[in-house]
Design a protein around this ligand. Structure first.
Ligand SMILES: Nc1nc2c(ncn2[C@@H]2O[C@H](COP(=O)(O)OP(=O)(O)O)[C@@H](O)[C@H]2O)c(=O)[nH]1
Ligand SMILES: [Mg+2]
Length: 274
């Protein structure tokens, strides 16, 4: 199905939104959705955040806030479980993005919680990744993992109505000076208040600046390079029956054969099996 749909894709802009739990990602997604809909554009939302109000463990209040969008045919919301997914999240998310793209959704927002592997995985699916930070989390900026700084195309300082946002911005600017991005991109830093929509227009402008740059096309190629490799790995791995894997594993454990010979043998066989 995806193969047939693929020629109809390539128009959607995918925006990843990541950050710690409670930073206001869902509220921001909601506010961005309203702004996008006000322009008459259709949008898809993929909620990877396991604590997301769009998922099963919904906080009632947040659910109610999203009701307006739930009833809107121009908005499609899909939640994806993260539990039990070992690296499969990027693949599954990428496929859903293709579907939404083919269906004519012009913007696809992916909300993911800022823990573990998920956020870096999602950055490989998104055209642009926004990292949400909030004031008053102590030395949080110092604790920003290197991996996060590499994926952040835009920083959103949410809860800018709360004290400490000046310090947060100062600290972040110092950090970005000390550890500039290798590709030379200087991520815009945008203050916002998701609860009242302040700064949302600037967020969309910031997104536009990135998509207008050379980095955007390079990002798409880098993401497809990652996806192609993982698709290939997956297909080759699936071509080996699990009974064969179990058998070979026992042989290797008993030192009757070495694992390198086993894998070489599978690789020779693999093309004929698919
Ligand atoms: N004061 C303030 N509260 C906010 C802001 N944005 C979100 N919140 C609140 O922060 C809490 C967590 O928001 P949520 O969107 O669920 O965060 P998520 O876990 O990152 O998705 C909610 O109670 C929101 O109402 C903001 O800009 N200012
Ligand atoms: Mg959320």
């Amino acid at each position: 199905l995806l193969k047939e749909l693929f020629p109809h894709t390539g128009r959607a802009l995918t925006i990843g939104i990541t950050g710690p739990p409670g930073a206001g990602k869902s509220t921001l997604v909601n506010a961005i959705a309203s702004a996008v809909r006000a322009k008459g554009r259709r949008l898809g939302i993929i909620a990877v955040d396991p604590t997301s109000p769009f998922t099963g463990g919904a906080i009632l209040g947040d659910r109610i806030r999203m009701t307006g969008h739930h009833a809107d045919a121009g908005v499609f919301i899909r939640s994806m479980a993260t539990r039990g997914q070992l690296g499969g999240l990027a693949a599954a998310t990428s496929d859903v993005v293709l579907l939404l793209d083919a269906a004519g959704f012009e913007i696809v927002l992916i909300e993911t919680v800022g823990v573990g592997q998920d956020e870096t995985d999602v950055a490989r699916v998104a055209d642009i990744t926004a990292v949400v930070l909030v004031p008053g989390m102590g030395d949080d900026v110092q604790a920003l993992k290197a991996g996060i700084m590499e994926i952040a195309d835009i920083y959103l300082l949410n809860k800018a109505d709360q004290p400490g946002v000046d310090k947060l911005e100062r600290d972040l600017r110092v950090l970005l000076k000390l550890a500039p991005r290798q590709d030379g991109w200087e991520p815009p830093i945008i203050r916002c208040v998701a609860t009242d929509g302040t700064g949302v227009a600037e967020v969309l402008t910031g997104v536009g600046t990135f998509t207008g740059s050379d980095l955007h096309a390079a990002r798409a190629t880098a993401n497809w390079s990652f996806r192609l490799r993982s698709m290939f790995r997956e297909r080759v791995a699936q071509s080996i029956p699990s009974a064969d894997v179990e058998l070979a594993a026992a042989e290797v454990a008993a030192r009757r054969i070495d694992p390198f010979t086993v894998v070489d043998g599978w690789l020779e066989r693999a093309p004929n099996q698919t």
